[in-house]
Design a protein around this ligand. Structure first.
Ligand SMILES: [Fe+2]
Length: 372
């Protein structure tokens, strides 16, 4: 049989049937008016059903996405990852908490340390010795100066302070004011101290602004209370006395600088300078020697009021003093000022401001006056 004959032979029956089926399915039905109407009626539903059909077909046709069950290893791996993540987070938080706590602890310790240091310092007395040579004396004598106690107590009834003064063995004691506090009417701290001091030697007192204002404006008994202890109160007045064989004039100028001319200041100064002897002027305010009293040459002027500048900064000195402001000029030490007066400014024994004294121990001033 040739190839041509083979081609002409009819296909097997099964093949014929299948091809006929295919041709029937492939043929589209003819559209009649009835079928068009039917289609139009059914179309909304069909339209609505369409997406479902499409998605069903799509899902049927899409590659198989069946979720696989996680294995035990996967779970363990995820758990470990979660655990490590949590640990890292806690470590981070713990580190921050430790840093914050360390800073707070450091600040608290610093504050506590500073407070402790201030407390220790404000109760640790310091004695400053000065020597003053003068041709107006024939023998030496010692003056102890106290100032600006502001009701502070060094031991019960100021026993420690009194003990120091006894050991210093002064010939006279000079007090330059502000031992009391403004508006304080219970003066027992001051009077108890004065009573003990007068048992040691002669005590001379000039009031500071804290006592003077109460005495003048509120008419308190402060002056009377102090005088009752045996102290000599100097109120724009002076006394002539003898100390170790030397003629000594001790005066007290009580007014504030701004009120010097208003009261008896000029008259007092004139008389004081005319008195004969080694002249000691007690005046609370050192600011007098920044101008007003520079026309006088006083052998020794003793002042307070500045509290040593309150905070003493190394190399820069005192920070602040009333009536002089920041970085005051005349706030501590002994110096010869313009006009020739020798001025000693006590840093004082206490303070009434809320700002604590720092690097500024309470001070007892000792001036040894001699001819050599
Ligand atoms: Fe004071």
């Amino acid at each position: 049989m040739s190839n041509t004959e083979l081609e002409k032979q009819p296909a097997p029956k099964e093949e014929q049937d299948s091809s006929s089926i295919i041709s029937e399915e492939a043929s589209f039905p003819q559209a009649t008016p009835e079928s068009a109407e039917k289609t139009a009626e059914e179309s909304p539903e069909k339209k609505a059903e369409a997406p479902d059909e499409v998605s069903a077909e799509t899902s049927a046709e899409a590659p198989a996405m069946t979720p696989t069950e996680p294995t035990t290893a996967d779970v363990q791996k995820n758990y470990k990852y979660l655990l490590a993540h949590r640990r890292a987070l806690w470590k981070k938080i713990a580190r921050k908490v430790i840093v914050i706590l360390s800073v707070l602890l450091f600040l608290a310790a610093s504050a506590f340390g500073l407070m402790y240091y201030i407390k220790i310092e404000e109760n640790t007395l310091e004695v400053t010795f000065y020597h003053l040579q003068s041709d107006n004396v024939e023998s030496s004598f010692r003056i102890v100066q106290l100032s600006d106690l502001h009701l502070h107590e060094f031991g019960e009834r100021n026993a420690e302070l009194v003990d120091w003064i006894k050991r210093l063995n002064p010939d006279i004691i000079a007090i330059t004011g502000d031992m009391n506090n403004h508006f304080n009417d219970d003066t027992h701290v001051v009077t108890e101290l004065c009573s003990q001091l007068t048992e040691i030697t002669d005590v001379y007192y000039v009031m500071g602004n804290h006592e003077w204002v109460d005495y003048i404006d509120r008419h308190t008994s402060i002056k009377k209370d102090i005088v009752a202890t045996g102290v000599t109160m100097l109120e724009n007045s002076y006394i002539e006395t003898t100390v170790n064989g030397n003629k000594v004039v001790i005066g007290g100028l009580v007014n504030e600088v701004s009120n010097f001319s208003k009261y008896t200041g000029p008259k007092f100064m004139k008389n004081f300078m005319n008195a004969d002897g080694f002249r000691i002027l007690l005046v609370h305010y050192p600011e007098y020697f920044l101008g007003l009293l520079n026309q006088y040459s006083i052998d020794l002027a003793m002042c307070g009021h500045t509290h040593g500048g309150i905070i003493r900064i190394p190399r820069l000195g005192g920070l602040y003093a009333s009536d002089q402001g920041f970085f005051p000029e005349l706030y501590e030490g002994m110096q010869t000022v313009k006009g020739g007066s020798v001025v000693v400014v006590s840093r004082g024994l206490g303070g009434e401001s809320r700002i604590p004294r720092i690097n500024n121990n309470p001070e007892i001033v000792v001036v040894d006056v001699s001819w050599y």
